[in-house]
Design a protein around this ligand. Structure first.
Ligand SMILES: [Zn+2]
Ligand SMILES: [Zn+2]
Length: 815
């Protein structure tokens, strides 16, 4: 202990007289000090008045030592308290340790010091020491330790403390009683809480509030209201806290009438000006969708706090009134009250809802200027906003600069990448997340499942499935449905079916839709229809998506009559009005099956402006069935919508080529060249080992390109020997026939198949996923290859699956 310098020395001798003349001791503590020796009284009053700086406390401490009163119990406990309040727990403990047999009053000072400095483990350790050394304890000691147990979520130890309190008969105290009630309520042990509550001799409003608040937090709203009535009958007047709990209960029950009645009670009990109650009312009305009522409560608030501003702003965002929320934010700024991270988080969520990137950027500016960019929740909301607006560069910028990232941050970034089509980057990010030891949650994993589905990566999909199983997330209906979708999209329809048919799986309509879609993609139209009828038998109501899945399943399997019946039954039997998607699927079904004229009539009768999808379906039908007249009309219309879509030119030129109208083909090519349009490069993915390999059409830079060339060269001669004739109509370049054939043999799926043959065991299955529709020649070639190399080849193209086995494809050349 340093000796006090001259200045503090003087100050110490000047102050007490002034202090003593002004204050009576009873104001220092509720105990009566008059029986204490005068010098002890003097130090107590000094500590009371001058404990706001460490220097003054140390000086007083030094004086205490000099005056040889450092062993005084009551004085020491005050010294411990003063040091603890300054956060100097080490010094407090030194004072404590100087007393050989501390009484509860001193121990409690130390316990309280630890508790208020969030040293929960130390609080419990000291209590253990008190028990082991037989120093004795009282209800206050138990109260402090119980709070520490609650903070550490240590239910077992808390129960031991309560048992010891009961053994020592200190549990009758009403403060400890409230604490015990709080403790049991926090851990959802409602029966024990009620038992303690019933045994309490004197119950003040705080005890009642603990019980009622606990019930509300545990969503036992009826119990909360019953207890409230009991409280009134016992003659206890409710406080603001009571009413806050009841208002929250009304929000929880989503019962507006009840909410209005509780609002009435608030006025009856004269709590109509209380800020907390008002804020709770605003929150309740917002949650119940009554933003006008929320606003009027807010308007009459006599003193608005930042919390109440935040609650009303967040209420508007919850009710999708984002711009009203911004108006309020402007008003808040005009009042000069300032805002905090809570305000901004709500507004960011609002911007994410309406994908308002510009306002989001303005908020980002505020965050930066206010120095709030170290707040994890805030930055996570920012990452989420940028991701939802598709601004991945900004999202990554914020993400990379964050020092602390939690699982929600990582998930927001990952979902952003996944939803903006960067599935591979999302999977890579997941790898990094694991390296940093962040445990994925259910949302992370499901979004990875979607990535795997997108990439057609069955192996990665399986490993994510295993992870979901390990964490016990795999049985949730959303997750299970995502897995079904993933297995179907990765070509393993049988496994998707197994997951779906599992008796323990409680399916919802989305699960049924996923399975129907899966069958459709795999050309199993009859199974899709059977499933639909089963779904109806089980009493489920189909939705719009169900019919999109069904119509497209019929379309991929050529089930025209069944599709027609479904389309008609949609409105007549299920009261679902057909939208553009339904029309597009139906037009696709008709035109694929060659009913081009019928499809055209249907388009003309559509109750809304025809969409691009509808005409693309018609155009594709025209290509398949060589209907030049309607094909040209459809292409013209599509080009009037978007003259830069290379797909349309290619389709049109295919139609002309089928009709051997080479002059027109040349003209189209000229147009494309003139407009600087290039075909989207084909890309095929194949998974070998743990790696996903990508091949682009025409590419010859792959490390294995020599071997790939050799394999393709051999295949070409074998296929030609079996009678294969190349179909060069889909090659648009102005080159001679030999060059065209050469370019066909560099289509991405052929490169990927050759790579697969090179690196996978003989006889094993080859899975490929492709970004574009497979071309006619590749389809023929893949059929031949499956026969020659005796392998099953599954190709997922932009539309559907093709299972090639022994020279045939599951699509029956219908795609
Ligand atoms: Zn091709
Ligand atoms: Zn096929």
């Amino acid at each position: 202990m340093p000796s006090p310098n001259l200045n503090t020395h003087n100050f110490l001798y000047k102050v007490p007289f002034k202090f003593l003349s002004l204050h009576s001791f009873s104001s220092i503590n509720n105990a009566n000090f008059n029986h204490l020796p005068l010098d002890i009284q003097r130090f107590l009053s000094l500590l009371h008045e001058f404990s706001n700086t460490l220097l003054s406390v140390k000086s007083i401490h030094a004086q205490i030592i000099t005056n040889s009163v450092s062993k005084h119990h009551f004085l020491s406990s005050n010294l411990v308290r003063s040091y603890s309040e300054l956060g100097c727990l080490g010094l407090a403990r030194k004072v404590f340790d100087k007393i050989p047999q501390p009484k509860p009053i001193l121990c409690n000072s130390m316990l309280n010091g630890y508790l208020r400095n969030q040293c929960y483990k130390e609080t419990i350790e000291l209590f253990e020491l008190m028990g082991a050394s037989d120093w004795g304890f009282d209800s206050y000691s138990c109260n402090f330790v119980l709070k520490a147990c609650m903070e550490l979520e240590d239910y077992e130890r808390g129960r031991e403390v309560i048992k010891r309190a009961a053994d020592h008969r200190v549990d009758g105290d009403k403060f400890l009683g409230s604490s015990m009630v709080n403790f049991f309520m926090k851990f959802g042990d409602f029966d024990s809480a009620r038992l303690v509550f019933n045994q309490m001799i004197s119950r003040d409003v705080v005890c009642w509030n603990s019980m009622i608040g606990g019930y509300v937090k545990g969503c036992y709203y009826v119990a909360a209201f019953d207890l409230f009535l009991e409280m009134i009958l016992c003659g206890v007047r409710p406080s603001a806290i009571t009413m806050v709990s009841l208002v929250q209960a009304c929000g929880g029950t989503r019962n507006l009438e009840l909410g209005k009645r509780v609002h009435g009670l608030v006025l009856v009990f004269g709590l109509g000006t209380d800020v907390l109650v008002h804020t709770a009312l605003i929150d309740m009305y917002s949650k119940l969708g009554e933003h006008e009522r929320a606003q009027s409560v807010f308007d009459i608030m006599p003193a608005k706090t930042l919390v109440s501003w935040n609650v009303i702003i967040s209420g508007y965002v919850q009710n999708c009134l984002v711009y009203e929320a911004f108006d309020l934010f402007q008003k808040l700024i005009l009042t000069g009250g300032g805002f905090d991270s809570g305000t901004i988080i709500s507004l960011l969520q609002g911007c994410a809802q309406v994908a308002d990137l510009e306002s989001g950027k303005v908020l980002h500016g505020y965050i930066f200027r206010k120095g709030l960019d170290i707040n994890v929740i805030l930055c996570t909301a920012l990452v989420d906003l940028y991701s939802k607006c598709g601004a991945l560069k900004e999202a990554t910028f914020v993400f990379d600069r964050m020092k602390n990232r939690n699982v929600i941050t990582w998930t927001a970034m990952l979902v952003g990448l996944a939803q903006n089509g960067h599935a591979e980057d999302a999977i890579r990010l997941f790898g990094k997340m694991q390296e940093e030891g962040v445990t994925a949650n259910s949302t992370t994993l499901v979004s990875l499942v979607h990535c795997c589905a997108h990439l057609g990566s069955l192996k990665k999909g399986r490993s994510v499935h295993a992870r979901l199983l390990r964490h016990g997330y795999a049985f949730d209906v959303v997750n299970r449905t995502a897995l079904i979708d993933m297995y179907a999209k990765c070509g393993n329809i049988n496994y998707a079916e197994r997951l779906f048919e599992d008796v323990s799986f409680l399916k919802d309509v989305i699960s049924w839709n996923s399975m129907i879609t899966g069958y459709g993609m795999h050309g199993q139209g009859h199974k899709a229809l059977d499933l639909y009828h089963r779904m109806l038998d089980e009493g489920l109501k189909p939705n719009k998506t169900t019919f999109v899945s069904l119509l497209s399943a019929c379309s991929h399997s050529g089930l025209v009559d069944q599709g027609r019946r479904l389309f008609l039954s949609m409105e007549s039997d299920h009261n679902i009005r057909a939208n553009e998607k339904h029309y597009a699927c139906y037009v696709d079904l008709l035109s694929r099956a060659g009913h081009i004229e019928e499809a055209e009539v249907l388009i003309n009768q559509m109750p809304f402006q025809s969409s691009r999808e509808v005409f693309e379906a018609l155009l594709n039908g025209c290509r398949m069935h060589k209907n030049i007249d309607i094909g040209i009309k459809a292409a013209d219309y599509l080009l009037s919508l978007d003259a830069t879509n290379p797909g349309i030119y290619i389709m049109l030129s295919n139609i002309y080529a089928e009709a051997r109208r080479w002059d027109a083909v040349d003209h189209i090519r000229g147009l494309m060249r003139g407009r600087g349009l290039k075909k989207t490069p084909g890309c095929s993915l194949i998974e070998v080992g743990k790696q996903l390999h990508a091949f682009f059409a025409g590419e010859d830079s792959h490390p294995n390109s020599v071997e790939i060339d050799r394999i393709l060269e051999n295949l070409k001669s074998e296929l030609e020997a079996l009678g294969y004739v190349p179909d060069t109509s889909c090659v648009l370049r102005d080159v001679d026939e030999a060059m065209k054939i050469k370019s066909l043999w560099r289509h991405s799926e052929r490169l990927a198949i050759a790579f697969g043959l090179l690196h996978t065991p003989a006889g094993s299955l080859i899975r490929i996923s492709k970004n574009l529709r497979v071309c006619g020649d590749c389809h023929t070639v893949t059929k031949y290859i499956s026969k020659v190399v005796k392998r099953e080849i599954i190709v997922r193209d932009a539309n559907r699956f093709h299972h090639f086995v022994d020279g045939k494809c599951s699509c029956n050349d219908y795609w």
